[in-house]
Ligand binder design. Structure first.
Ligand SMILES: Nc1ncnc2c1ncn2[C@@H]1O[C@H](COP(=O)(O)OP(=O)(O)OP(=O)(O)O)[C@@H](O)[C@H]1O
Length: 338
């Protein structure tokens, strides 16, 4: 019933990172979802890590973009090229013979059928024999080892780059969910805005992400931290170094955190009582890179009165779940036909 070849591929096409999973091998590739393009010729200059290093550093003719920004396919042609690149890399990583693989591709929940079609077409165009989609929170829950096929409620909050997806799952299906267009990117954006407004200093996306990872938190711990950052002074136009504190960054992140917490609360409000009781017992599980934001688990727990846990390897959950779903291909296929 699960008769797929061993080289079938699962792709977590995230807004921030793309992970490729090969059945029997695990995660073979993990690169940023960035493409650098020559705007004059339309040629792809670099994909993944190489392209990310070009962000903010490209000459006029080269533009580094994130085709999956905001959780949906913003640019079909580039996304196709990107999937082509990842399948080629997967082929290299798999070694030996390579037939056209079946591809399970993870998409944000709430993606329209047109967008879903676009992802499938892009995968086929990029060399997949056949392609199916799996919804991100479902894949995240499988990857976090939640009992998704059982008649019990499991709640997952997947905090990615572009979106946060909250879902309650039972008996192999999503019972209730929320998708919020707030995730790690919005946090980075909030840090950029805060530093510009407070210090008249412009910083780039990469610096903002670094600040978030190093000293960002949903709630400041007892011992605040400090960090030196470099940017461009808006008044003089010259480079300048300032010191910022974790308290300031927590303040900057407040709005994004509130949006995430509200999404969780809203989902809980629409969860049938039996399933709420299950979630209360088992706790809410956080996945996605945003789950690593310091104290986010504590804040969600305080605001919902529910136990909250961070999944093991939160950045890998979706890819692992997508890969594991290849084992339940028929079931997923049937679900899609519904
Ligand atoms: N230690 C950390 N603290 C806070 N945020 C982090 C940390 N590590 C990674 N992130 C953030 O996690 C986000 C990426 O997460 P992930 O790879 O799960 O997203 P994605 O799956 O690509 O996005 P999406 O789910 O929106 O498609 C980025 O915004 C990144 O900055």
């Amino acid at each position: 019933m699960f008769g797929l070849g061993s080289k079938d591929v699962g792709i977590d096409l995230g807004t921030a990172n793309t992970l490729v999973f090969i059945k029997g091998k695990g995660i073979v590739l993990r690169e940023p979802s960035v493409v650098a393009k020559n705007v004059q010729t339309g040629d792809i200059v670099a994909v993944g890590n190489d392209a990310k290093n070009m962000i903010g550093r490209t000459p006029g003719s080269i533009v580094a973009t994130r085709p999956m920004k905001d959780g949906v396919i913003a640019d079909f042609e580039t996304t196709t090229k990107m999937i082509e690149y990842y399948l080629k890399e997967a082929q290299k990583a798999s070694g030996g013979s390579w037939k056209k693989p079946n591809v399970m591709i993870c998409v944000p929940y709430g993606i329209t059928s047109v967008e879903q079609r676009a992802v499938i077409d892009a995968s086929r165009h990029a060399g997949a024999k056949d392609a199916f989609t799996i919804e991100e929170p479902f894949a995240a829950a499988i990857g976090a080892n939640l009992p998704v096929w059982e008649p019990t409620g499991s709640m997952v909050v997947d905090i990615g780059g572009g979106t946060t997806e909250v879902a309650v799952i039972s008996l192999g299906g999503i019972v209730t969910s929320e998708s919020i267009r707030v995730g790690g990117d919005a946090m980075d954006g909030a840090i950029i805005t805060y530093i510009r407004k407070t210090y008249n200093l412009t910083i780039g996306e990469r610096t903002a992400e670094q600040i978030k990872i190093e000293i960002g938190s949903a709630k400041v711990a007892d011992k605040p931290e400090k960090m030196e950052i470099r940017g461009r002074d808006l008044l003089t136009g010259l480079p300048k170094t300032i010191e910022i504190s974790s308290e300031e960054i927590a303040e900057a992140l407040k709005e994004a955190i509130t949006a995430i917490v509200d999404g969780v609360k809203k989902t809980l409000e629409t969860t049938p009582p039996e399933l709420s009781a299950d979630v209360m017992e088992r706790g809410i599980v956080l996945t996605g890179g945003g789950a690593l934001l310091s104290n986010l688990d504590k804040v969600i727990s305080e605001q919902t009165n529910m136990p909250v846990f961070i999944a093991d390897d939160p950045l890998d959950c979706v890819a692992i779940g997508t890969g594991k779903a290849l084992d339940n291909f028929d079931v997923i296929k049937k679900q899609q036909a519904r």
